[in-house]
Ligand binder design. Sequence first.
Ligand code: FMN
Ligand code: SF4
Length: 647
Amino acid sequence: MDYDLLFTPFKIGNMVVKNRLVMAPMGTFTPNSDGTASKDTISYYERRAKGGVGMIIVGAQFLNRELAQGGLSGILEENYVIPPLTELCEAIQRYGAKAVCQISPGTGRNSMPGADGTPPMSASAIPSYLDPNILCRPMTLEDIQEVIDGFERSAMLAKNAGFDAIEIHGHAGYLIDQFMSEVWNKRDDEYGGSPENRARLPKEIIRAIRRAVGPDMPILFRIALDHAFEGGRTIEESMALIKLLEEEGVDALDIDVGAYESIDYIFPPTYLGDACMEYVCEPARKNVSIPIMNAGNHTPETAVNLIKSGIADFVMLGRPLIADPDLPLKLMEGRRKEIRPCIRCNQDCIGRIMTRLTKLSCAVNPVAGFEDRFTLEKTEKPKKVIVIGAGPAGLEAARTAALAGHKVDIYDKEEKVGGQLAVAATPDFKRPLRELVDWYENELDRLKVKVHNGVEIKADDKILEKYDYIIVATGAEPIIPAIPGIDGPNVLNVIEAHRNKELIKGDDVVICGGGLSGCDSALELAAEEGKNVTIVEMMDDVARDDLFINRFSLLRKLEEAGVKIYTGSKVIKIDEKGVEVEKEDGSTWLIPADTVVTSLGMKENREIAEKIMEKYPKKTRVAGDCVEVGRIGTAIRMGFFAGSTIQ
Ligand SMILES: Cc1cc2nc3c(=O)[nH]c(=O)nc-3n(C[C@H](O)[C@H](O)[C@H](O)COP(=O)(O)O)c2cc1C
Ligand code: SF4
């Protein structure tokens, strides 16, 4: 494909952006505790600008500390934040990219209630998202004025810092959206009731920013055109709103989909597929004439198609630029195959932020968020390194060791590289995983790593003596509990089921075990193979080990695919008729099945690792699932640590 179309300049107001690729706003949770931009923040954005993107929208900066909820995001309240932000702007602008400041008045009903139970504020007394028993505090006219004044002050600080444009954080059912949407705005004053009244707050915010920044600095507005949940704003309703925003002087619209009721659109998992929010562009194009930008699971190919279609002017890339900051440069230089794909797992970007309250990184790019610390220097003492196991940990260890200048051989007993990664990648909805395996293969080839497939290395193999350093990454294997009939001819484990679909006989399939891999397998067999699938899970819920955002998407897809789920149900026997299950009350029944797939967990494949460690303690390191069964990102991280620190 020809990507040149992406590298044509385009204007927003009078601002010329050098190409059509925009980095979507993404909070990093890296600011200093006083809300200023930290060195980590600046280095992270600088690295993305260096990679060639045309414009970077810096993740939400809040009007004040209270709205930022805990100071984990940038705060634009007082003048002391300006100098570090200038450093940030100039680090971006040095590479010819435009720097945009996204400003947020907070998340309203989606924010955490205070420690003392103080309710979040919103347009109206609607239930808080996190605790529906708490009703939000409706904002008074003084509160509203404070927000408007806050925008004026924050925009002035951003302009002084050197930003090229401002973006208003109006999407995702956050505070401004709560005013704009009938489902949340129940006010009977001038800020509620008619569509014009519901648009009053955003219009007053636009006017306040304009007062602060003058006539020339572009103002962008981020808005969800389809809330994608029952009762939320529809595309038709959003059209009137965007016309009002355009009339008020907004210079570009950043349009997407979703609210926390449809949270997978805010952080789209792999289940949503490519370009999952592109469908809102066409109606928007028909109703406004200002530039349109669109984010959500874009690939370089969907980006070209979107621009070619003429329904948008900029393609936004969020997580793809976390995964590979050099994506634009690589496209420009005809190096498409070298782009490391984002696997849409959400685990180490938003997952880290939301579940661990720590800074962003990336499952496939451990350097993200650690740009200054995890630098890879070329070694002056190249070593002969053997990596045993070509799963995610082994592949990453081999890649980084080779990048550091070591001479690397990688061995795997299977005929193909990828380990669990390749196994899990068989469904269509996991295509990014297949791309990741392809990417590793290509990188190892480029870096002249010797790949030896179909060879099993044992601890007493003489070959180990000739290496200076050994990295063992032998992964994990399925747990097969002693259930009567589990070794029957109609039973496969989940790995066999992914690998050899022809072994799945008949229409009725029962999956024993409703963890993430059991659920993914169920979805694949139901949605892609047309099977009649039932999941049996002993615990009270399925996919409990999954990040809640991904799980939300997965459960919706399982329902759409007609997968039946029985929780609180223990598998006690398998035979040729199907699976016998016991409920908590002791009752039993048979679920008929032609094929039974077991997905009852994985256990570390430690044996070889322990033996090699014992034999060569000074030159061995273990990494990945053979240390502790975890996620792909955890394995890649361990592999990166092992491969990048050989001394
Ligand atoms: C870690 C993370 C933080 C985000 N923070 C913001 C934010 O501060 N403001 C915002 O408007 N959207 C935010 N988003 C949403 C992204 O801008 C974008 O819409 C989403 O990631 C989909 O685009 P992508 O598939 O290219 O990543 C965030 C997303 C992620 C993954
Ligand atoms: S953590 Fe996963 S979703 Fe997030 S950027 Fe990295 S690969 Fe993409």
